[in-house]
Every structure is written in C-alpha cells, then in structure tokens.
Design a protein around this ligand. Structure first.
Ligand code: SAH
Length: 270
C-alpha cells in the first residue's frame, strides 16, 4: 500500500504586474489573475489590469502610502496566510517585478516561514520598461557597458546609496544609472552625483508613469534635471535615467541638444 500523497501546501502567487499597460503582463500573470479568488494589490498596479479578474474575485488594496510601514507589512503577510489556508487562490500583485524594489523577498520569507508555498511570476520592471516606452535602450553598447538599478529613497530614513562612489563607478565603467523612487529627492541626488565626479552635463531624464495614459519624458543634463522636474511638476511614480545612453534615443537626443544649449547659454552670460 502506498502512503497517501502529501497534501499540497497552501500557495500564494507573487505576481509582477509590469509598469502599467495590461498588455505588458506575462501570459502566466494574466492566467493567474483570471483564476484568483483573492488579489492583494499594491497602489502602483494599473487599475486596467484588474479587468482580468473573475467577477467574484475579491480585491484587497494593500498600498502603503502614508501608513506605518512595518505593521502594515506584517498585516499583509497575515492576510495572505489566512486567505491561502482557507483554501482560496491568493495572488499578491505588485507593480513591475516583485523582486525589484518590491519587498518580494521579504514576503517570500514570511510566507515560507508560515509553511506556505510561494510561486513567483516576474514582471517587467519600470527601470528598464519605463525608458523603453520612449525608445531609450538602457544598455546600448555604443554608450554604456552596464546598468545600475538603485533606490533614491533611503529605507527607514537611512543614508541611501553612496552616491559619490556610484558616480565614480558609473563614470569609470560607462554605466547607466536608473534611480527608482528618486524624483522627490532629485536635487540632492544630482548634486551628490556631480560632487562624486559625474560631469554636470551628463544626459539625464525623468520618465514618469511609463506605459500608462499619463506617461511623460523630461530630458536635461544632470545639473539641469532638478529644475526641469520642479518646473514641469514631474512626480512619482517616476524613474531617473542618467547616462550617455540617452543619446541613443531620438526623442532624448533632440531635447538634450536644447538642454545643453540652454546650459551653455546661461553659463555664457554668467
Ligand atoms: N517593483 C517595481 C518597483 C517598485 S518601487 C518595478 O519593478 O518596477 C516604486 C517605484 O518604481 C516608483 O517610485 C518609480 O520609481 C518606479 N515606477 C513604478 N512604476 C512606474 C512607471 N509606470 N513609470 C515610471 N516609474 C515607475
């Protein structure tokens, strides 16, 4: 007599929703969304994605804007555990890719510790897919040898990345810098990068709400970017793209020529 097959563990699917447009979901993400009973959804997930759910599916918005981060994260874990143990198909839906600045790692640990199985479905991350919305190829080899994805938002009020060493490395190795969660701190970031040795006229862009109806691109030099952001009201969600690679995109090239003339003209007049 064979032993009974082990009962499958309750499962949570940690799914990347991509940057916006539902057509950028993976086929697997779309299928899982159509099968889900419960979807715990982040703020940044484009609402159009929810059209893929079955009508009776429950959506639990668990965005963290303005809340106490640690309690809420624990609460999200508890909620997923409770729903999955109750036998429901639980999808944890995150903007972009769950493992790129998405706390996916923490959630996987918490769920596994609670004895659940976790399946991760990658998504298109805003740092690569966002620039692509405007034809910016982040590692175009004519201009860059690599890409650094970095957060501009120091977690728990800490110091954030070491901008000076990042600037030196980016310059020495021709790396494109993509800064998530950095638009509100762009002035401090640009200043620190320039102090660290990135030339003030390094091309720099802000890509806002890529792959949504509100998508916008602003291009300037590193020195000029914060003023552009303030003047034109660029705001979260947005990534900053810093590096010579902006020359590889026609749209950016034109804006860059103007931004540089602007800087040169202002310098020329003291
Ligand atoms: N896991 C997500 C990132 C979450 S952190 C991913 O892989 O894309 C949130 C940050 O992502 C935002 O502050 C912003 O910097 C960036 N972001 C998310 N969606 C974006 C979009 N549609 N356009 C531009 N930036 C976006």
């Amino acid at each position: 007599m064979r032993p009974p097959a082990p009962r499958p563990l309750p499962t949570v699917w940690l799914v990347g929703a991509g940057p916006g447009d539902p057509e950028l979901l993976t086929l697997r993400a779309a299928r899982l969304l159509g099968e889900a009973d419960v979807v715990l959804c982040d703020d940044l997930v484009d609402r159009r994605v929810l059209a893929l759910l079955k009508p009776e599916a429950r959506v639990l918005p668990v965005g963290k804007r303005g809340g106490c981060v640690s309690t809420e994260q624990a609460f999200i874990h508890q909620l997923m555990v409770r729903e999955a143990r109750a036998g429901r198909r639980v999808v944890r839906l995150k903007g972009g890719d769950p493992f790129v600045f998405g706390r996916g790692g923490e959630e996987v640990d918490a769920l596994r510790e609670a004895g659940l199985d976790v399946q991760v479905v990658p998504g298109l991350s805003a740092g690569v897919a966002g620039p692509a919305a405007f034809g910016i190829p982040v590692t175009d080899r004519r201009h860059a040898r690599g890409l650094v994805l970095v957060t501009g938002h120091a977690q728990d009020g800490g110091a954030g990345p070491d901008w000076a060493s990042l600037a030196a490395t980016a310059r020495a190795s021709a790396l494109t810098l993509v800064v998530y969660m950095g638009v509100a701190r762009s002035a401090a970031i640009a200043q620190a990068l320039i102090e660290g040795g990135l030339p003030a006229d390094t091309p720099a862009a802000v890509v806002q709400a890529a792959h949504t109806e509100a998508q916008r691109l602003g291009v300037s030099t590193l020195a000029g970017l914060p003023a552009l952001i303030a003047r034109e009201g660029y705001a979260s969600p947005a990534v900053l793209v810093i590096g010579e690679v902006l020359h590889a995109a026609a749209l950016a090239r034109e804006a860059l020529a103007e931004a540089r003339t602007d800087t040169v003209a202002r310098q020329g007049h003291g």
